[in-house]
Design a protein around this ligand. Structure first.
Ligand code: ATP
Ligand code: MG
Length: 392
């Protein structure tokens, strides 16, 4: 039986006059993400994206890809029927045979957007419901608490039948490309990939920056960051990842600044370098993964000192989340397993024994004044390596 995928979008509906622009970005994103996966035909009508898949064996992978597209709220497979009540009945019976099993309670819900169709919605429900009830004597009509809601939609070209319970949740959010660009400070940890996912979900394209301390951190640590960028890219398509050599800066901080200020000064350098890269590549904000109070460098006083180093919005979407919530999110989006691989991160290599938790800007600035900040930043920027990361 011929199937189609129906995907419905959410927030775009609120966009009024801008809606067509948002819709066409959404459809383009879908086409791009399916391009190398299967031959498909994608079109949009009445707040629904229709995806026809040439090779029906590819349905599962297409569903999987669509489940990662920001902007879609529900995705379902449906049987394609002729706009003929007898065909709809017959297809409903066959298509839902694994859903309408003995003892199941069911109801039919119909939506008729083609007003030429000779049956009105309540009549469609009666016709199809009565037929299924006769054909499957062991199922029970229950309009209040059904196990199975049989959906019948009469649309422009065809009619569709599916069980509402079989639809899957989409990502929600806004299509990538509708919200300009931000630069994610991507470490190898659990938090920053989640932060990147959360902001990209708002339609924001992502560049990523990683600070790398060769030879203190290994080639495998770098591979890990590339893998994480690849997982985020499943949702955003391509990501430009900038790898910044950070060893010289860390060594100088270690040699010239008080040990308890080391982490914060390091973090300030990261922010400044990320801001320069962001400005150069037309990105309008930085994204980091702090959660208030998680570690010494994430107290509010510490954030005050770190964030003061730059003059650009800093998006910290995890600020109010607990570790367990962040871990759950990381597991859902697929980054957790990679994040917990044990390779050293540049911060773990240079960690003070007693970091300050209640720093003052003046004190940190004074410690920092022992360094030639601008020259160090220029040198780091001169050594940046750019890697184009595609969905893995
Ligand atoms: P994560 O799990 O993201 O590593 P964390 O809890 O270890 O976070 P910190 O080490 O305090 O946090 O770093 C705070 C934020 O600074 C990170 O979430 C990330 O955005 C950024 N950051 C830290 N280290 C790096 C790095 N080596 N490269 C790029 N960004 C980094
Ligand atoms: Mg970390």
């Amino acid at each position: 039986m011929k199937e189609i995928i129906l995907a419905k979008y959410g927030e775009i509906i609120l966009k009024g006059g801008n809606r067509p622009r948002f819709e066409s970005i959404l459809v383009n994103n879908i086409r791009n993400s399916l391009k190398n996966v299967a031959e498909t035909k994608v079109r949009l009508a009445q707040a629904t994206v229709y995806v026809e898949v040439q090779d029906q064996e590819k349905m599962d992978i297409v569903m999987e890809r669509l489940s990662k597209i920001f902007g879609l709220v529900t995705i379902t497979r449906a049987a394609v029927c002729e706009k003929d009540i007898e065909d709809i009945k017959a297809k409903a019976k066959e298509y839902l045979k694994n859903d309408l099993t003995d003892g199941k309670r069911f109801k039919v819900e119909a939506k008729r957007s083609d007003k030429q169709f000779p049956y009105k919605s309540p009549q469609i429900c009666l016709e199809v419901g009565g037929f299924l009830d006769d054909e499957y004597p062991e199922i029970i009509v229950d309009v209040h608490n059904p196990d199975v809601t049989v959906k019948v939609e009469i649309r422009d070209f065809d009619a569709y039948v599916y069980a509402d319970e079989n639809k899957i949740q989409g990502q929600g959010g806004m299509p990538i490309g509708t919200g300009s660009k931000a630069t994610l400070l991507l470490s190898g940890g659990i938090d920053s990939p989640v932060a990147g996912h959360m902001i990209s979900k708002r339609g924001v394209e992502i560049d990523a920056v990683n600070f790398f301390s060769f030879p203190y951190t290994s080639e495998r640590a770098k591979e890990k960051v590339i893998t994480l960028a690849g997982i985020i890219a499943r949702y955003t398509s391509k990501i430009n990842l900038y790898i910044v050599p950070f060893t010289e800066i860390q060594l100088q901080i270690r040699d010239k600044c008080p040990e308890e200020h080391m982490t914060l000064i390091m973090r300030r350098f990261m922010m400044r370098i990320a801001e320069k890269l962001a400005r150069k590549h037309k990105s309008h904000a930085l994204i980091t993964g702090e959660s208030v109070g998680q570690v010494a460098s994430q107290t509010l006083a510490a954030l005050d000192v770190t964030n003061a180093a730059v003059d650009m919005p800093i998006l910290q979407p995890l600020v109010g989340m607990d570790k367990i919530e962040i871990v759950n999110r990381a597991t859902e989006i697929g980054t957790f397993e990679t994040s917990i691989l044990p390779y050293e991160d540049c911060c773990t290599v240079f960690t003070p024994k007693h970091p300050t938790t209640n720093p003052k800007r003046e004190n940190i600035e004074k410690s920092e004044s022992k360094l030639d900040v601008e020259t160090l930043i220029e040198a780091a920027l001169a050594g940046v390596e750019m890697i184009e990361v595609y969905p893995d």
